[in-house]
Design a protein around this ligand. Structure first.
Ligand code: T1G
Length: 712
């Protein structure tokens, strides 16, 4: 069956214009046969005497959202990639050579190959709500169908560099101003496109994008723009290679003719698409979408609409959560015990918005509109009308149980009662509410109005409708919801304990605070473990450790470094006290290494009888990543995570794990599980029995399996 016969591409003539419609739901991706069917339909239209022009349009909610990302999995060799790309390039040149005006009519998204198809058309018209973009770097690749050669010809090198390196879409109006889109259509898109196409036909106009030179004529400043963005990427790309490849391809557009530049793009694309970076980022693309599939919560499980919310606790997390709701347009009550605490919380919220306005990312009017959605209160008045309450009080079980007893009494019986606890037992909290079926964990990550992850913790009695509502709400808040089980620290913090254990022990064994942090930022993290703790607060970790100690527990097996406790006792909580693992000049967030900390570490090493040594960066990465993967395997085999991809999504969106590494479980697969297992066993020999291989790791390593289920 062809794409045409399958109805994925259809065409008809209206008012002397051939209309070619792509209908490949849900996003009109350029799946198997679709590109071929489009160019065949254009050829037929060119030969059709009843048509003077051609319009290309998408059915449903969008134009073309790009190539079908699944196809890249089939590319195994460089030759295969070169051949496939060359075929696409030839196809788009033929499209561009169409003998009648060819107009792309854009609504929804024109992304990746979708925009490249549109740029191979002679003209592009769009509705104002549409957006266009080259998001390929988010998949560890670059535009591979001529985008790096045609886009600069339409909008100049600077915007092309921006779009191809940050991968963010631009709105149709900005694209129109920039020359990517030729007209904005008010009202019905197809009608507007037909009118536009007929006018071009009447004027006998056709414009091949590849012939355009004006916007790339000033090669010197174009090449300078490439140099400048490389310097920026050296600071921001955090080890990802694809953005640099995109710059190289655009530079080729500026320094070579169209065909030579296209060949360069094809070669650079082949380098990228076969890279582990691209495999990692494509894995995350699908893992982030698969996370919303819960085996025992069918897709059609009713989800409660969330139109009114309440947050209890106006501290750092409570304030950020209230902002997340207000930013999503949901009115939210923000309650705290007294007016002083409330005023402190509101002042932080206002400061955050004012800083966003000062950076030009929000208008003062929008700030006031958003702030107006947050209603401060010191009572439970109004709680009878809310759909959800999020508790964000101190991480103390008695305090949380008391709060849930109160909110259970003042809210509608079917309201969702969520706790922002990052470690505590959801079932114990739920029992205090009197209606555990409505209770669920909504663990936000700091800053809650920014971080994309929502760790959704299901309790023993949580109803499927409450889980389905939480997943839908996560999307409404612009977050990625991942459903996990109820164990201490759930998935995120449970595994983090092993990440931190190794960081502390490596410090005692001889690595310095800044060496360890630099190794992790070199790996791709935005900040290392010690820099991160100075932001979050050393006192937060200390309180959790005290809570555990009182229950006779530790966060991770093995030696418990007391260095963080000693810093706490010194009042060194991090940025908020001007000193923690690093020192900070007053009013500055610049980390200054402090030899005092290394001295404390040396003392504690001596107390533990540890001989200090020089530790290579590779060992720092290997030990930390192995500890994460081994504990991740336990989380999986104990059923607290549904799939390995969920753990990757949690770490990438909650803790800044580098996307181009795919997440801790994907990274372990890329290292190879036999190697990961060998490292666990080696560390067991070297450091102690607390390094115990997870049974799942042993099983998969022995069977040649991977955490993600595809063969090694
Ligand atoms: N390929 C395959 N499947 C895709 C897809 C794609 N390009 N885009 C979306 N899907 C699936 C997705 O997995 C989900 O499936 C469903 O569609 C709805 O998506 C040659 C090489 C368009 C903004 O990177 O950014 O072109 O989970 O949940 O929130 O140079 O999808 O329902 O089974 O995300 O409304 C470049 C990727 C490709 C765009 C819509 N294009 N897509 O968001 O829906 S590379 C992209 C998106 C390329 C060329 C290169 C978003 C969206 P399921 P969704 P949404």
């Amino acid at each position: 069956m062809t794409a045409v016969s399958a109805g994925l591409v259809r065409s008809d003539v209206r008012d002397r214009v051939a209309v070619i419609t792509i209908d490949n739901p849900p996003v009109n991706a350029l799946g198997a046969g679709v590109p071929e069917a489009i160019s065949e339909s254009v050829e037929r239209a060119c030969d059709d005497p009843s048509a003077d022009a051609i319009v290309l349009i998408g059915a449903g909610t969008t134009f073309i959202a790009g190539a079908d990302i699944n196809v890249f999995r089939q590319l195994k060799t460089r030759e295969q990639s070169l051949e496939r790309s060359q075929a696409v390039h030839t196809r788009l040149k033929k499209l561009e050579d169409a003998s009648k005006p060819l107009v792309a009519a854009i609504h929804g998204h024109a992304l990746g190959g979708g925009l490249e198809f549109a740029m191979a058309c002679h003209y592009r018209v769009a509705v104002a709500s549409a957006n266009v973009g080259q998001p390929e770097v988010h998949l560890g690749i670059i535009p591979g169908a001529g985008g790096t050669q045609r886009l600069p010809r339409l909008c100049g090198p600077s915007l092309a560099l921006e779009m191809c390196t940050d991968g963010k879409p631009v709105g149709a109006c900005r694209a129109h101003e920039a020359g990517i889109v030729d007209a904005i259509v008010d009202g019905d898109l197809l009608a507007g496109a037909l009118t536009f196409a007929k006018a071009r036909a009447a004027a006998g106009e056709r414009r091949r994008t590849r012939d355009l030179q004006d916007r790339i004529a000033d090669r010197e400043s174009g090449v300078a723009a490439c140099r400048a963005i490389r310097a920026t990427l050296a600071r921001t790309a955090r080890g990802a290679r694809a953005p640099f490849a995109a710059v190289d391809a655009i530079e080729a557009c500026l320094t070579m003719d169209f065909d030579a530049g296209s060949r360069r793009e094809i070669e650079l694309f082949a380098d990228c698409v076969l890279s582990i970076e691209s495999k990692a980022m494509r894995h995350l693309f699908f893992a982030e979408r698969e996370a919303s599939r819960i085996p025992d919560v069918p897709k059609d499980t009713p989800a409660r609409p969330i139109t009114r919310a309440a947050v209890v606790g106006a501290g750092t997390m409570g304030g950020g959560i209230a902002m997340a709701y207000a930013n999503a347009g949901i009115p939210v009550l923000l309650k705290d015990v007294d007016q002083q605490a409330l005023d402190r919380g509101l002042a932080v919220i206002r400061r955050n918005y004012e800083s966003t306005v000062s950076k030009g990312r929000m208008t003062p009017e929008a700030m006031n509109r958003t702030l107006a959605r947050i209603t401060p209160t010191t009572s439970y008045e109004g709680f009878a009308d809310v759909d959800i309450v999020v508790e964000a009080v101190f991480e103390n079980m008695d305090l949380k149980k008391g709060t849930f007893a109160e909110i259970g009494a003042v809210t509608p019986s079917d309201a969702i009662l969520a706790s922002n606890t990052s470690t505590l037992d959801i079932d114990e909290i739920a029992a205090a509410s009197g209606r555990p079926a409505q209770v669920i964990g909504h663990h936000f990550f700091s800053p809650a109005n920014v971080m994309k992850l929502l760790e959704i913790v299901r309790g023993r009695d949580t109803r499927p409708e409450v889980i389905a509502s939480s997943l839908k709400l996560a999307k409404q808040l612009g977050k990625i919801g991942v459903v996990v089980g109820n164990c201490f620290g759930f998935v995120a913090n449970r595994m983090l304990a092993y990440y931190m254990r190794e960081a502390y022990l490596l410090l005692e064994e001889g690595a310095s605070v800044s060496q360890i942090d630099t190794a992790l930022t070199g790996f791709g993290y935005p900040v290392g473990p010690f820099g991160m703790q100075d932001i979050a607060g050393i006192d937060v970790g200390w309180r959790i450790r005290q809570h555990l100690k009182s229950a006779g527990k530790t966060r991770a097996e093995g030696p418990q470094s007391v260095v963080p406790d000693r810093l706490y006792e010194m009042g060194r909580y991090g940025q908020k006290t001007g000193a923690g693992w690093y020192r900070y000049e007053s009013g500055s967030r610049t980390r200054i290494p402090d030899p005092l900390v290394d001295a404390v570490a040396a003392e504690e090493a001596a107390n533990r009888g540890v001989t200090r040594r020089t530790i290579p960066d590779e060992e720092i990465i290997a030990r930390i990543m192995t500890a994460l993967a081994n504990e991740g395997a336990r989380v999986l085999e104990e059923g607290f995570a549904i799939r390995a991809g969920d753990i990757d999504v949690v770490y990438v969106n909650g803790f800044g794990y580098p996307r181009h590494r795919g997440g801790p479980m994907f990274y372990a697969d890329s290292v190879g599980l036999p190697e990961v297992l060998a490292r666990v066993k080696e560390y067991r020999q070297q450091f102690g029995d607390y390094w115990q291989p997870a049974p799942l790791l042993e099983k998969l390593a022995s069977e040649g399996g991977t955490f993600h289920g595809d063969a090694a």
